[in-house]
Design a protein around this ligand. Structure first.
Ligand code: ARG
Length: 459
């Protein structure tokens, strides 16, 4: 048991208590962040005359050596250390002697861990953003390909009006675009450096906190030392953003599960992204989409868990906060895995255009357009709505669609119907006449796609 705080103690820590308290099993993930933070701290201490240049150089080389040796497997991070900070410090002292003992001058593990977590979350936020961008690029490519792929749009899971696949995918493009913008907001707000806050009340050494902040790529130092060591808002915000990403993936996953079902038959998943059944030879299951839907629960759980952990903690640092890590790591790993797999799944999925178009023609998705047709012939919309309702009822009885009725049948319902009705309620016309901004009509969609293209090129 290698502890940094033995001086005040005479007795040994109970074994189970030690293990209960230790965080090395999971904060070992911070090794790189911890070392980068320490190198910046040492550079600042030397600049302020608190360390000599020679001491700083020894410390820096020692820390880099620890990182390299651990990466190469020459040095193991073992459970004999309480946490990653103890591991680094003990190894530094073993390597370079007394200079190593000066590294912790003007620093506490409280601001150290606050920094490590921030660096880690900031980096993972950027990685998540990269994956979201890749997903948007895939969606963009599919949208360009499917501007004329007609499909039914649904409300209440009932066929409503025809749309295109490009338009439907565009709804998800918007969701993931918002997810990226949420991440960017969080990054901007969190990008202040807590190092130098000390245990809670700053320090008497003349630290230059702005300099450390700058070395570590922050916009500046945090402003209140008590808040600095006990703020985990940015983790909560990040988990909330991740939970929202999962909610979007889960909705999308649910649609893919439906589309891939025998009943819909809109898509077929590539063999690489589906699995079989141990008993039913005919099965090809959408397990990846189902797992994404399922894993959404654990990411929500991480958010709820941390909110609950934080809610009763008095200022400033308390050990409860150590509980921020495992769940955050798990949420990050989960979301990154889901984004990667989801992207692969949709990039390789085959769309059955004819099935989608046929489905769009059934279920009277052109009923609104038929009503609009009568409005064009001078009938008030409310009357047209009733007439088309009667026509639909007639069609249901005859088991046919509107466009399958003869002109004589149509005229029996309203004399306003003419030959041009058939063109007006065709799938293509129904979609392409929807030209309001944000609508599925080809011209409107092309404008939206131009915006997306500029967006993807810009960020
Ligand atoms: N392992 C601790 C954590 O994750 C590091 C900070 C320890 N500070 C302390 N005062 N015990 O929060």
């Amino acid at each position: 048991m290698a502890q940094l705080w033995g001086g005040r103690f005479t007795g040994q820590t109970d074994r189970l208590a030690y293990q209960f308290n230790a965080s090395i099993a999971f904060d070992r993930r911070f090794l790189e962040e911890d070392i980068r933070g320490s190198i910046a701290h040492a550079a600042m201490l030397a600049r302020q005359g608190i360390l000599t240049e020679e001491e700083k150089d020894k410390i820096t080389a020692g820390l880099e050596g620890i990182l390299e040796d651990t990466r190469q497997g020459r040095l193991q991070i073992t459970e004999e250390y309480e946490d990653v900070h103890s591991f680094v410090e003990a190894n530094l002292i073993a390597r370079i002697g007394d200079a190593g003992k000066k590294l912790h001058t003007g620093r506490s593990r409280n601001d150290q861990v606050a920094l490590d977590m921030r660096l880690y979350v900031r980096n993972e936020l950027d990685r998540t953003d990269d994956l979201l961008k890749t997903l948007l690029e895939t969606l963009y490519r599919l949208m360009e390909e499917h501007l004329d792929t007609y499909m039914p749009g649904f409300t209440h899971l009932q066929k409503a009006q025809p749309v295109t696949l490009a338009h439907h995918l565009g709804a998800y493009f918007e969701m993931f675009l918002r997810d990226r913008s949420r991440l960017q907001d969080i990054r901007r707000r969190m990008n202040l450096c807590p190092l130098g806050a000390g245990a809670l009340a700053g320090t008497t050494y003349p630290l230059d906190r702005s300099y450390t902040a700058q070395l570590l790529g922050f916009d500046g130092p945090t402003r209140n030392s008590m808040d600095s060591v006990s703020d985990r808002d940015y983790v909560i915000e990040f988990l909330a953003a991740l939970a929202t990403v999962m909610m979007h993936l889960s909705r999308f996953g649910e649609e893919i599960i439906l589309w891939n079902s025998n009943e819909y038959g809109f898509v077929e998943l590539d063999d690489a992204y589906s699995t079989g059944s141990s008993i039913m030879p005919q099965k090809k299951n959408p397990d990846i989409a189902e797992l994404v839907r399922g894993k959404t629960g654990r990411v929500y759980g991480a958010l709820m868990s941390l909110l609950t952990t934080m809610k009763g903690i008095p200022l400033a640092y308390n050990k409860d906060m150590q509980e921020d890590k495992e769940l955050t790591f798990d949420a990050i790993d989960t979301v990154k895995g889901c984004l990667t797999l989801f992207n692969g799944m949709i990039a390789t999925m085959r769309f059955h255009k004819e099935v989608m178009a046929k489905s769009a023609m059934k279920g009277f998705t052109n009923a609104t357009d038929a009503a609009d047709y009568l409005v064009g012939k001078g009938m008030p919309f409310r009357d047209a709505h009733r007439v088309i309702g009667e026509l639909v009822l007639y069609c249901i009885g005859q088991e046919k669609s509107i466009e399958e009725c003869s002109l004589a049948e149509l005229k029996a319902i309203s004399p306003l119907f003419e030959e041009d009705l058939y063109e007006a309620v065709s799938l293509k016309a129904c979609v392409d006449r929807r030209l309001t901004a944000g609508a599925p009509g080809r011209q409107a969609m092309e404008e939206t796609l131009a915006y997306y293209k500029a967006y993807l090129n810009g960020q």
